[in-house]
Write a new protein. Structure first.
Length: 196
């Protein structure tokens, strides 16, 4: 059921917005991340108990007729905040290596889409499980009125043996100590290809 709330319902909103574009484009926002961007880490916690670290990742806001989209913001149902790095590291065998804006990920247009973010996680103990659940990996946030699409979501696993693998939007796998998971959230769509 969680996927219905986080993901499927937001595809319905996208369909409605796209259907309204010919009639009232000036009242609409271009495509945003519209996904919870979930990474779910599970395994032994620092206190010895088995636990789950369930983290959503905000992407961006699409541009509008009168302004650029906001960077690194939640849209629609993805209205939660990231867990503070200090809390993650105190509870789990995970180190948050970086969190920053993903420059250039917003779509071009008279008004640009907002940029997404990059957040990386270094696994500190063997045997942790990871589940991914996110959209916008294949079909990026759309532009409106000729604006360009934003960059798609991307999650990359940098394995301790040197291997690198792009993860799918719905995947379960086991991690080892020194594996690094990098989440790059999508950028918002741009609005209008025309220059005023």
């Amino acid at each position: 059921m969680v996927g219905g709330n986080h993901e499927t319902s937001q595809r319905a909103v996208d369909a409605i917005v796209r259907a309204l574009e010919p009639a009232v484009p000036e009242r609409l926002t271009a495509g945003g991340s519209t996904t919870a961007g979930l990474l779910i880490f599970a395994g032994r916690r620092r206190d010895g108990a088995i636990g789950t670290f369930y983290e959503t990742h905000g992407g961006d806001e699409g541009a509008r007729a009168d302004r650029d989209g906001m960077p690194v913001v939640r849209v629609h149902l993805t209205n939660t905040m990231n867990t503070l790095a200090e809390v993650v590291e105190a509870e789990y065998f995970v180190h948050v290596g970086e969190q920053r804006v993903r420059p250039g990920s917003g779509g071009a247009g008279r008004h640009r889409g907002g940029d997404g973010m990059v957040r990386s996680y270094l696994v500190l103990k063997d045997g942790m499980a990871l589940t991914t659940m996110f959209e916008r990996r294949v079909i990026p946030p759309y532009g409106l009125q000729g604006g360009a699409a934003g960059a798609p979501f991307r999650v990359t696993l940098h394995q301790r043996d040197g291997g690198v693998r792009i993860l799918t939007g719905k995947e379960n796998l086991r991690l080892q100590a020194s594996d690094r998971v990098v989440m790059e959230t999508s950028g918002g769509g741009g609005y209008s290809a025309k220059v005023p």
